[in-house]
Design a protein around this ligand. Structure first.
Ligand SMILES: NC(=O)c1ccc[n+]([C@@H]2O[C@H](COP(=O)([O-])OP(=O)(O)OC[C@H]3O[C@@H](n4cnc5c(N)ncnc54)[C@H](O)[C@@H]3O)[C@@H](O)[C@H]2O)c1
Ligand SMILES: [Zn+2]
Length: 338
């Protein structure tokens, strides 16, 4: 078992990683807990039911898919917490991918103005990203994740055994994020066992969260490496690229853009291609995308306050760069989509 700590003063917590670690969950629940409500989805129900909390436990299912990531799901969870008598001394346990932990975390944050939550991540994305850092929330007609709260979990459990049933596209999603962390750290993880890759990625995210819990200083923005174009590819949606697949393409695009801006050399671009393709992810923009449409989506990005913003590699390492010249980006995109 590998343990990583998220250092946040009195709200610090452990992330435990390894095969079978969900069996140790009882030791990770806050002291004095008497009841637990496990929030999960149908696909993980058997696994969720096997998690031994050691206290009186009810299992509640929520719907699968972003269309269920809503306030009405949170209201239904609140009703279930009331029905099961969840008090401030009890705990919510989210067992699932990022969708479950985001919703369960938010429901815990607002039930009785905040009850403890423990996340048991069952997707690679959850283990290396979504379950860590306390960002919880739901979608609204205004957009994705616009309603939410920072609510740190008491512990995060990454049981790699739970990934045995993870569908291939969900692996691809997590691999896009792993490629991102490898590039951010300038390391190569190909030869490492999964458990170590997960722990390394979780440790990076944990450090960033410790430095910038509420996304105020901009450190956390580095986690958006590959995401500027990635989000635009997802939004344009012609090929229904999954998030991590789009991030893989976005990472290589960010490297090409950095090269075009004179920040890095061809060898650095090759390193990006090598890391991303090492995860069996696409490195090129698939046919059918329109450069102008992608530009429009990037300009609408919520981070594009001072013109186009990219996370870019450079002589001083990877950093957030604002006001990137639109014309350079558009020209490069036009070359790459044709
Ligand atoms: N809070 C954050 O910091 C943060 C970061 C990244 C993503 N997110 C959010 O996370 C969500 C995406 O998370 P995700 O990629 O984990 O997808 P997801 O939670 O939607 O799960 C994807 C699918 O896999 C299924 N699944 C999960 N674990 C499984 C398992 N072990 N075996 C079989 N099936 C399994 C789920 O039921 C679902 O159908 C989005 O809503 C996104 O907004 C949050
Ligand atoms: Zn991402």
């Amino acid at each position: 078992m590998l343990t990583v700590r998220v250092e946040l003063g009195e709200r610090s917590y452990p992330i435990v990683v390894g095969a079978g670690v969900a069996r140790e969950i009882a030791a990770l629940l806050p002291d004095g807990v008497r009841r637990a409500v496990v929030v999960t989805q149908a696909a993980m129900r058997p696994f969720a039911e096997s998690v031994p909390t050691g206290v009186e436990t009810a299992v509640v299912e929520i719907g699968d898919g972003e269309q269920h990531k809503t306030l009405s799901t949170v209201a239904a969870l609140h009703d279930a917490f009331v029905a099961h008598g969840v008090t401030r001394r009890d705990v919510v346990v989210g067992v699932g991918g990022g969708m479950v932990t985001d919703v369960a975390g938010f429901a815990a944050a607002v039930h009785l103005r905040g009850v403890a939550v423990v996340h048991v991540a069952t997707t690679l994305v959850g283990m290396v990203d979504a379950a860590i850092g306390g960002k919880t929330g739901v979608n609204s007609p205004g957009g994705k994740n616009l309603i939410g709260a920072f609510w740190q979990p008491s512990a995060v459990v990454c049981d790699t055994d739970s990934l045995a049933t993870l569908p291939p596209r969900e692996w691809a999603c997590g691999n896009g994020e792993l490629a991102k962390y490898e590039l951010l750290l300038g390391e190569r993880w190909r030869a490492l066992p999964l458990e170590e890759r997960v722990a390394n990625a979780a440790a990076y995210k944990a450090r960033v969260v410790s430095l910038d819990e509420h996304e105020r200083t901009g450190v956390r923005a580095l986690l958006n490496y590959g995401h500027t174009l990635g989000h635009a590819l997802e939004a344009a949606g012609h090929h229904e690229l999954r998030h991590g697949e789009a991030v893989g393409i976005g990472l290589v695009f960010a490297a090409r853009l950095a090269q075009r801006l004179g920040r890095i050399d061809a060898a650095a671009v090759d390193r990006h291609v090598d890391v991303v393709s090492g995860y069996e992810l696409a490195t090129e923009i698939p046919a059918g995308y329109d450069a102008d449409e992608l530009m429009a989506f990037m300009q609408r990005d919520k981070k594009a306050i001072d013109g186009l913003t990219f996370v870019l590699d450079g002589p001083g390492g990877i950093e957030v760069v604002s006001a990137v010249d639109d014309a350079v980006v558009r020209t490069l995109l036009k070359e790459l989509v044709s």
